[in-house]
Ligand binder design. Structure first.
Ligand code: CUA
Length: 162
């Protein structure tokens, strides 16, 4: 007859409960972030040749393009040496729905628009895309968030919503 219970040290038991609770909290957080806050993961499906990105295609003439009233596409090219975004000044009417496309012509950069959920890595050979609706008038600065060389701190711009 063996009705011995498995012995678990009380501290170990507490540790296991905390570990499982943390996993449950993370799973709930990811679900809320993905389905309720609209957090999206950049798709690696959008590939582009970094060698020709500055000379042909939409990034050779970057900026805002109107698709229909209130509906825009914004192409931004990130470059090092000189370190800057092309363009670094954008103006959109309030309420505009803007699909933002960013790519790099050289090294890894980042792209974050302050006070929005637009925040992604910018890799040579890939397009990072996210759609955002600018509902409030104001200035929305954007910066490079990945260290990309000695001029990294010079990579910024601003979207003016009016
Ligand atoms: Cu580009 Cu840091």
């Amino acid at each position: 007859m063996s009705n011995e219970k498995m012995h678990i040290d009380p501290y170990e038991k507490k540790f296991m409960i905390i570990g499982i609770a943390v996993l449950v909290i993370f799973a709930i957080s990811i679900t809320i972030a993905g389905f309720m806050l609209g957090i999206q993961v950049p798709s690696p499906g959008q590939l582009i040749d970094p060698n020709t990105v500055a000379s042909e295609g939409p990034y050779s003439d970057p900026g805002l393009k109107e698709l229909s009233p209130g509906n825009y596409e914004l192409y931004i090219r990130a470059e090092a040496s000189p370190w800057r975004f092309y363009p670094d000044e954008v103006t959109v009417p309030v309420g505009s729905r803007v699909t933002i496309h960013v790519t790099s012509a050289d090294v890894q950069h980042g792209f974050k628009i302050q006070d929005t959920n637009v925040n992604f890595m910018v890799l040579p050979g890939q397009e990072s895309t996210l759609t955002y609706t600018f509902k409030e008038v104001g200035e929305y600065p954007y910066i490079c968030t990945e260290y990309c060389g000695v001029g990294h701190q010079n990579m910024y711009g601003v979207i003016t919503v009016e």
